[in-house]
Every structure is written in structure tokens, then in C-alpha cells.
Write a protein that binds this ligand. Structure first.
Ligand code: SAM
Length: 291
């Protein structure tokens, strides 16, 4: 099925009487070269289980199913289920789950769908997706905040978000998303994608980011603390990190300054000048403290 041809895609959508929803970020890929590149960059092998967020009409899903052992695809839009049944129903290794990816527990759904007799219980999996752009940051934060057993993510997103994710300390684009992504993974922009390969074309340029997740054994409490401190530090970007933390966490300024100095951070810096590792040390100092 030559699904990536815009004509076929339009025919399938017309057959199911479907119009695409801008609100749900429904911009479907219609370029085989780009789809194949995403799968190549994801470095999938035939033993892998893959979680796809937003399969849409199933164009990427079909290619993922060729490369991986199992694909679990989470699609929010009920109206796309008959389309997905038509485009992926013949594949024995694809399961479509109708759910909001922001709400669902990824580890649990992977255990339910690829655990037990399928042999993937508790094993790491890959996430590959052409994301709905409105939900890019929440979905990425969710993976790191929950500490899911993901080994890599290969995600298409708006180019500006990709640049924020890979921005270095000291640059304007560096923020809490950069800190989280760079602390928990090594993110790399692996592909720039023009608007013209989507149907309908979005208003912005896109990029694919590959995240290789780092091994790390933070407890859920440590993760919670890490994200709380990072968000508090960036709460007021124009203020010094000491002021911002004290304000957002409701703490005495001199106490915050003491802790910052203790972990080697100059209290007069702004959050955007502080590298990810230092945020980790800062959040660890919280243990047993009065934060
Ligand atoms: N994978 C398809 C492709 O590459 O052509 C479609 C990608 S399209 C950019 C995003 C898809 O995500 C749409 O199918 C949309 O309905 C779905 N989606 C939007 N919000 C979602 C959510 N919160 N959870 C799961 N899927 C969602």
C-alpha cells in the first residue's frame, strides 16, 4: 500500500469521510524518503519494541512494524481508528491503543501489550513519533519525570523546540526543557524537515531529534526534586538564580545563597547560565535540608 503518496492518503481520508484536525496537530507525512530516514535514525533492530505516539493514518507505523518486533501505537482520535484498521490491520505486530498519550502510563501500556507471552516484560523500549506539536514539551517532560524504561526516542517536532532542546548554557534558547533533556539523555538534531512534506503543511519548519537516554538510577523522589528545582530556577528568567529559587520555593534568600555556594554555583548567575549537572547537585542538596 503506497500510503505515503498524498493522493492515496487523501483518498483514504475521503473514503472515511475525515477532515484533519489542526487542533490535534494532524499534519501527516507524505514523503517516503523522510519516513525511511526517521526509521533509519531510530536505529531499530528486529528485537525491539517501539512505542509510537500519534500514528495518524499509519504511514510511519507500517515502516516501524517492518523494522521492529512489536509496535504499540497510541492515537487520541477515535475517528482515525477505522483508517488505522485499514492501513495496519494486516500487520500482526501492531497494536493500536485509543488514548491520550499525555494521560497514559507508557511503561504500563508496554507491559500490557508486549509483556507476558510476548517476552518484553520490564525490557526497555524505543519511542518513535511524528509528534502532535502542541504536546511536544509535555510528552518529553513526562518520559523523564516518570523515569520510564525508554532507551531512545526519535521524535519529529517543531524546529524551534528542537533548538531549545539542544541549546547550550548561556544561550537564549536554553531553558528547563534543555536542562531536562540534556541531564537525562544526549539529544541530537538528526534531520531538518521542510513544511512541504506534510499534508496539510504546518506553519513551521520541523526537525527530528534523537535522544539517547543515559543510564541513571534516580529514585522517584530525586526526580521530583530535580524537576521542582529546575522549574523554580527558571520561573523568573530575568532574575538571579538565588532570587528566582527563593521566590518560587518560598525560602529565605540567604539560605538559598548558602546552598548554591555549597554546590559551586554563583548565586548571581541566571538559571540560563547553569549547566544540567549543576542542577542535579543543587537538587540533591535538598535532601535533609529545609526546602
Ligand atoms: N504519524 C502520522 C504521520 O507521521 O503522518 C501522524 C502524525 S500527526 C503530526 C500527530 C498525530 O498525533 C495525529 O494522528 C493526532 O491525532 C495524534 N495526537 C494528537 N494528540 C494526541 C495525544 N494527546 N495522544 C495521542 N495522539 C495524539
Amino acid at each position: 500500500m503506497n500510503l505515503w503518496s498524498p493522493t492515496t492518503l487523501k483518498e483514504i481520508l475521503a473514503k472515511h469521510n475525515l477532515t484533519l484536525s489542526h487542533g490535534l496537530g494532524q499534519h501527516f507525512l507524505t514523503d517516503f524518503g523522510i519516513l525511511a530516514k526517521i526509521v533509519e535514525k531510530a536505529e531499530i533492530n528486529s528485537d525491539n519494541a517501539v512505542l509510537e505516539i500519534g500514528p495518524g493514518a499509519g504511514v510511519l507505523t507500517r515502516l516501524l512494524a517492518q523494522a521492529a518486533k512489536y509496535v504499540v501505537a497510541i492515537e487520541i482520535d477515535k475517528k482515525l481508528l477505522p483508517v488505522l484498521a485499514e492501513t495496519t490491520g494486516d500487520l500482526g505486530n501492531v497494536v493500536v491503543v485509543n488514548a491520550d498519550a499525555r494521560e497514559i502510563d507508557f511503561d504500563r501500556v508496554m507491559t500490557e501489550r508486549t509483556g507476558g507471552e510476548f517476552g518484553f516484560e520490564g525490557k526497555p523500549y524505543l519511542i518513535v513519533a511524528n509528534l502532535p506539536y502542541y504536546a511536544t514539551s509535555p510528552l518529553i517532560f513526562k518520559v523523564f519525570e516518570e523515569g520510564y524504561r525508554v532507551s531512545s526516542m526519535t521524535l519529529m517536532m517543531q524546529k524551534e523546540v528542537a533548538e531549545r532542546i539542544t541549546a547550550k548554557p548561556g544561550s537564549k534558547a536554553y531553558g528547563s526543557l534543555s536542562v531536562a533533556c540534556q541531564y537525562f539523555s544526549e539529544p541530537r538534531i538528526v534531520l531538518k524537515v521542510p513544511r512541504t512534506v506534510f499534508f496539510p503543511p504546518p506553519e513551521v519548519e520541523s526537525a527530528v531529534v534523537r535522544f539517547t537516554l543515559k543510564e541513571n538510577c534516580l529514585s522517584s523522589e530525586e526526580r521530583l526534586r530535580f524537576f521542582r528545582v529546575v522549574r523554580a530556577a527558571f520561573a523568573t528568567r530575568r532574575k538571579t538564580v538565588a532570587k528566582s529559587l527563593a521566590g518560587a520555593l518560598n525560602l529565605e534568600r540567604h539560605y538559598v545563597e548558602e546552598v548554591l555556594l555549597k554546590v559551586g554555583i554563583n548565586p548571581n548567575l541566571r538559571a540560563e547560565q547553569i549547566p544540567p549537572e549543576s542542577f542535579y547537585r543543587l537538587s540533591q542538596e535538598v535532601v535533609g535540608g529545609k526546602w
